[in-house]
Design a protein around this ligand. Structure first.
Ligand SMILES: COc1nc(N)nc2c1ncn2[C@H]1C[C@H](O)[C@@H](COP(=O)(O)OP(=O)(O)OP(=O)(O)O)O1
Length: 230
């Protein structure tokens, strides 16, 4: 059985906002959820009834506080992320924008920050980014590719944060002291979580589709680029 065989896919978006004059890109530090502790563009799941472009504009506003005029948001490609032994692929519609409106602001999910093109923190980003993002910055889009990921072994993990937890602790009576009146006291403890470098997956392979006759709308479940926008 092909470990990358897909039976379903989720449609996601990813928006890269750039300032060509300053040679800067706006990235967000993901504070929670899928891809937590990594820098990425802004985006998320496309909701029922939305086009990918509408979803991209909504997520950009939710996560970075800024808006882009629909006609100034350009399709930069589609990346299909496949995970070993996971039958659900992530069809990610990538967009780019060079101008925006509104004030950039942090939210509970993302912390936005501008980076010079020369200082993009690839060692704290999904591994696929170092393959396709330089192409995007050089204007070699639209990009259509499939990225294959395997789960990382735990020894590639690094400790990233210590979380202090105040929790009620209920002493368990020993057999000899039983019966007693069990009292509940508050105490404080802490534990350390591990976060694998570049996220929990390692990219094992990737393939780009070159010289397509038209702009694809989606990547089919069998991996072929099936339908085209005219
Ligand atoms: C696996 O490789 C990936 N690489 C890159 N560069 N980006 C990725 C990868 N996998 C997913 N992404 C992007 C696509 C989306 O922009 C986000 C994931 O979105 P999320 O799951 O957070 O979607 P939301 O709708 O915001 O989620 P909530 O349910 O938390 O609202 O990462």
């Amino acid at each position: 059985m092909d470990p990358f065989h897909l039976t379903a896919k989720k449609v996601l978006t990813l928006v890269m906002v750039m300032d060509k004059d300053q040679q800067k890109i706006l990235l967000g530090y993901k504070k929670r959820g899928f891809g937590a502790h990594l820098w990425n563009g802004f985006g998320g799941k496309v909701e029922p009834g939305e086009t990918p472009k509408e979803g991209a504009l909504r997520e950009l506003e939710e996560e970075a506080g800024i808006t882009v005029k629909p006609e100034k948001l350009y399709k930069a490609g589609i990346l299909l992320f496949l995970f070993e032994n996971d039958p659900v692929g992530l069809e990610t519609h990538v967009y780019k924008a060079f101008e925006h409106e509104g004030q950039i602001r942090e939210c509970d999910e993302m912390r936005p920050q501008w980076f010079n093109f020369a200082d993009i923190p690839f060692d704290q980003m999904w591994e696929d980014d170092r393959v396709w993002l330089p192409k995007l910055l050089q204007g070699q889009d639209p990009l259509f590719g499939k990225m294959y990921f395997k789960r990382k072994p735990l020894d590639e993990s690094v400790e990233t944060e210590t979380i202090a937890v105040t929790a009620p602790v209920t002493p368990v009576p020993s057999a000899t002291s039983f019966p007693v009146n069990v009292s509940t006291t508050m105490t404080s403890t802490s534990f350390t979580t591990t976060q694998p470098i570049n996220g929990p997956f390692a990219m094992s392979d990737y393939k780009f589709e070159q010289n397509l006759p038209a702009v694809p709308r989606e990547i089919a479940l069998d991996g072929t680029i099936a339908s085209f926008e005219n």
